[in-house]
Design a protein around this ligand. Structure first.
Ligand SMILES: C[S@@+](CC[C@H](N)C(=O)[O-])C[C@H]1O[C@@H](n2cnc3c(N)ncnc32)[C@H](O)[C@@H]1O
Length: 221
């Protein structure tokens, strides 16, 4: 994979997306793709690299959208708090936390294109997010008050790494909330349901027009 600059990444995100809101979140505008396949191909062709991850950042996943709705509707969960949006993608959930009055929002994302999209999206909504490209699961969780993780249980290796780390954050006292539509690697235990949302989506992404998403509190064990 050829390295590319942040300016190239930003230009790519701008060229491949349009600023739009999803039906569930009219108050948040994001740089979003309208159809998955052309963007996916463009990601590889335009940057002349192969083996790039799919452009998860160009869609607001149903889990992250529901979590964003949850904190916008219950701002007391994050108001005045230090919040992490883990595996933030477009940053939709972290943006919601910032709009809801979080004192500080951090975000983590491994994909450099997602980091470029997240920066554009934060600016488009007039909020500040401190984003890192480091894999935070390599270290002990910091002292966040709230950790938000939208749609992180869709792949086994990722979930096996991420869920124990999120449980450590919970053990350290953080409120850890998952937004998940019943992905394959969602843990079966140590979850407490908080709310449910019906999230409009597209057949390209989810094979149906809407999905039921549950907000779970993840317990330490
Ligand atoms: C399905 S997307 C969800 C994005 C966003 N939370 C949402 O709901 O729209 C999952 C994202 O997790 C990111 N990711 C995977 N492992 C990660 C890790 N260890 N740290 C940070 N991000 C990670 C991927 O790059 C991808 O963008």
């Amino acid at each position: 994979v050829r390295p590319f600059s942040r300016d190239e990444a930003t230009a790519f995100v701008r060229a491949q997306t349009a600023l739009a809101a999803t039906p569930l979140l009219p108050e948040i505008r994001l740089h979003l793709a309208t159809e998955i396949t052309p963007l996916w191909q463009a990601t590889e062709a335009e940057l002349a690299v192969s083996g790039l991850p799919p452009p998860y950042w160009a869609f607001a996943w149903v889990g992250g959208q529901a979590l964003a709705r949850h904190v916008l509707d219950r701002p007391e969960l994050v108001r005045g708090k230090r919040v992490l949006d883990f595996a933030a993608g477009s940053g939709v959930t972290g943006i919601a936390a910032a709009l809801a009055g979080a004192a500080r929002v951090e975000a983590s994302e491994l994909d450099p294109l997602a980091l470029a999209a997240l920066a554009l999206n934060a600016a488009a909504n007039g909020v500040t997010i401190a984003a890192t490209g480091d894999d935070l699961t390599a270290e002990a969780p910091k002292d966040w008050d709230v950790v938000l993780a939208g749609d992180v249980c869709y792949e086994r290796p990722m979930a096996e790494r991420v869920v124990p780390w999120l449980r450590r954050a919970a053990a350290q006292g953080a409120l850890v909330l998952l937004g998940d539509p019943g992905r394959a690697y969602l843990p079966k235990e140590g979850l407490v349901e908080q709310a449910r949302y019906t999230v409009p989506t597209t057949r390209e992404l989810e094979d149906r027009d809407s999905r039921e998403v549950t907000i779970h509190r993840l317990l330490a064990a």
